[in-house]
Design a protein around this ligand. Structure first.
Ligand SMILES: C[S@@+](CC[C@H](N)C(=O)[O-])C[C@H]1O[C@@H](n2cnc3c(N)ncnc32)[C@H](O)[C@@H]1O
Length: 331
């Protein structure tokens, strides 16, 4: 016989309001169905409520990967609340951060996450270092760190032990895939493995994209990604410091997907554009002075004939510091 469990019984007409309140209070029981019975709505709750019922159908719910992990991981019970509820998936590699108390069990945890999320490799995520943005990771399960990440119909092949991939920038990668680049010459000054060049080439119709990258490993993946995504006729990967590159044709658009002193490279973007065009300028600015800070950076570089077409907050970077991107029209 089914056990009588707590419910909140309300008149049908009050149901919507009551359900919203119960959800907000976090006491809705996810395992039973909300059910109307005889002019009343019975809402399953985990605590509180104004009665008990055994009439609510049990949901045929597939447990989430996290619920499976919690149910199966073989670590002391008191540590279970410390298990990460969020992670980054890059292709078949899972990146996690673990509380220090969990580190003695990292092998067990890695295996459990890999099994329940369906990953080949699990690694602990550390800092991202230096100008080439090299990630620090520690593998806790599996061996393979080279993987192919599929996003927005674009395949990004990379080695997560050598190259960063910021899942947090997904909206910006998608936005760049929708920018109208028809017939344009584009220069992607900090191309990496093709974070922006590939979505633009796969989804848009630019004439050419020069993708400049200083790190030979990232450049190698960029070349391979152009082949995989079939955009070799559009994207031209160039290895080297973007400040040493001279383009044989003026650009219509420059992408500056880099943080840390991006303003130091503005003069070069300006040179590529030949006084006219659009710069997608990524930078760090302080909270409360985003637009002022940005205008100052541009003015300090001697750029005065510009307008900001769009200003977008990408993510919080540090306390009171934001990663923003501005679409700046020059000329
Ligand atoms: C990793 S990306 C930044 C993140 C990326 N925009 C995203 O959406 O995730 C920055 C790239 O710029 C490259 N880079 C840094 N300085 C450079 C320079 N002077 N010339 C060319 N590439 C450079 C780095 O090697 C790195 O691959």
């Amino acid at each position: 016989m089914t056990k009588k469990l707590p419910v909140m019984e309300v008149p049908l007409e009050d149901g919507k309001h009551a359900l919203r309140r119960i959800k907000r209070d976090g006491i809705l029981d996810p395992d039973r169905e909300v059910t109307p019975i005889g002019g009343k709505l019975l809402i399953p709750v985990t605590k509180g409520g104004n009665g008990y019922s055994d009439k609510l159908p049990i949901k045929n719910r597939v447990p989430s990967p996290y619920e499976n992990i919690v149910a199966h991981v073989d670590i002391p019970k008191k540590l279970i609340p410390l298990l990460p509820t969020r992670w980054e998936r890059i292709g078949k590699v899972l990146l996690l951060k673990l509380a220090p108390e969990l580190l003695p069990y990292k092998g067990i945890i890695g295996r459990c996450y890999a099994k329940n999320i369906g990953m080949d490799t699990v690694a602990l995520q550390g800092d991202i270092l230096g100008r080439t943005r090299k990630p620090e990771i520690e593998i806790i399960y599996g061996t393979e760190t080279e993987t192919v990440h599929l996003e927005n119909d674009v395949e990004f092949k990379l080695d997560v032990a050598k190259i960063m991939f910021s899942s947090g920038n997904i909206d910006e990668r998608i936005r760049m895939s929708k920018v109208d680049t028809d017939g344009e010459i584009v220069i992607d000054m900090f191309a990496g493995i093709g974070y922006f060049s590939l979505p633009m080439a796969v989804h848009g119709t630019p004439e050419r994209i020069y993708s400049l990258e200083i790190n030979p490993v990232a450049h190698g993946y960029l070349q391979e990604n152009c082949r995989i995504n079939n955009v070799e006729n559009v994207v031209k990967p160039v290895l080297g410091d973007n400040r040493d590159f001279s383009c044989e044709e003026p650009a219509d658009r420059v992408v500056m997907g880099y943080l840390h002193d991006t303003w130091k490279y503005l003069y070069k973007a300006f040179e590529f554009l030949n006084d006219e065009g659009i710069i997608h300028y990524h930078t760090l600015v302080k909270e409360g002075e985003i637009e002022v800070g940005l205008r100052e950076q541009l003015a300090d570089c001697g750029i005065d004939d510009f307008s900001i077409l769009k200003l977008k907050n990408i993510k919080s970077y540090a306390p009171h510091v934001y990663h923003v991107v501005a679409d700046v029209k020059i000329g």
